[in-house]
Design a protein around this ligand. Structure first.
Ligand code: NDP
Length: 302
């Protein structure tokens, strides 16, 4: 299969490309920068979608960039980098004389309102309530294909929690403090911490790219989270145990609010209990269903 991947140069994209290439698929990356094996977003707009059987969008300005202060310009970049690239791909798919059979958009669990009680499945109703949930709403709307295209192309939305892996995402920023014995719970520690190992997220995307007979008008949604429901406290203790380091330095929630901005710190200080109900029902088997196996693989511990 030929697969076009927007934002394929990033953390998740690199893992997805490794997996797809190992299965013999051909990849074209859509990037802001031209280069071998890549086309630019401007080229997709001017020349249309290259022939492909699958399309994925992973592009977006990094939400947890510690070097960027939380302000209007950053927030606009977060929105535009996602909605614009997603719209370009959806429009190119709709205009293609030979559209792909699958179109996979990766968004996030921020659409579900943080709660200590509620369990969210893909079938849960949600309405936007804050900056991040509005972002998810606009992002997913930008990917929606017109009805006549939806009859030819299967639309899938995958909503991941924090993606854990050695080469990027949250772990890259956390491993050094934890190695130094400076790790600790964030805020109360009681908040749910929805997470997924990057290999499993790549696996769910590859699974969603498979052709299917069923072509509903509305996108299929898969929660991209491990089946284990963990809190931030459990994650912190498990990481400390795997690294054989103490985790005695809690980070107060107000410090995160100040440094990250309230609208962004909710990702760390609050959380949702997200269940991958349809992901499991679709037959996907997690390689890393629990924290212990995921963190041992990531840290290289036995
Ligand atoms: P990355 O931060 O690695 O970024 C992916 C790619 O997006 C980059 O390689 C870059 O490609 C492109 N990009 C970055 N900034 C911009 C911009 N301003 N405009 C257009 N393109 C841009 O993302 P991940 O691989 O970690 O995540 C993939 C997707 O999954 C993202 O949309 C992310 O929001 C979502 N997600 C990720 C989670 C995580 O924990 N990592 C959790 C939940 C959701 P290039 O430079 O080639 O243009």
């Amino acid at each position: 299969m030929r697969v076009v991947i927007g934002g394929g140069t990033g953390f998740v994209g690199r893992e997805l490309i490794r997996l797809l290439k190992s299965k013999g698929h051909e990849i074209t990356i859509i990037s802001r920068q031209p280069g071998p094996g890549k086309i630019t977003w401007a080229e997709v707009q001017s020349r249309g979608l290259p022939p492909c059987e699958g399309a994925v969008n992973l592009a977006g300005e990094n939400i947890m960039n510690p070097l960027r202060w939380w302000n209007e310009s950053y927030k606009q970049d977060l929105i535009y980098s996602r909605t614009n690239t997603t719209r370009i791909l959806a429009e190119a798919i709709a205009a293609s004389p030979t559209p792909p059979h699958s179109w996979v958009l990766v968004t996030g669990v921020a659409c579900y309102k943080p709660s200590l009680q509620t369990h969210y499945t893909e079938e849960s109703e949600w309405t936007p309530f804050d900056f991040l949930s509005h972002l998810v709403k606009d992002w997913e709307a930008a990917g929606q294909l017109p009805e006549n295209s939806a009859r030819k192309t299967r639309q899938v939305i995958i909503r991941p929690g924090a993606v854990l892996g050695r080469d990027g995402g949250a772990m890259k920023q956390m491993l050094i403090p934890f190695w130094l014995g400076l790790g600790g719970t964030l805020g109360s520690g009681r908040q749910p911490f929805p997470w997924i190992h990057v290999s499993d997220l790549a696996g769910i995307i590859a699974h969603a790219l498979q052709p299917t007979e069923k072509l509903p008008n509305e996108p299929d949604v898969f929660n991209g989270v491990a089946p284990a429901l963990n809190t931030n406290f459990e994650f912190t203790k498990e990481l400390g145990m795997v690294l054989k380091r103490p985790t005695i330095f809690p980070v107060p929630g107000f410090l995160l609010d100040v440094f990250l901005g309230l609208e962004r710190s909710v990702i760390l200080t609050q959380g949702q209990k997200v269940v991958p109900k349809r992901t499991l029902e679709s037959g996907f088997e997690f390689q890393y269903p629990d924290l212990s196996s995921a963190l041992k693989e990531i840290t290289g511990s036995k």
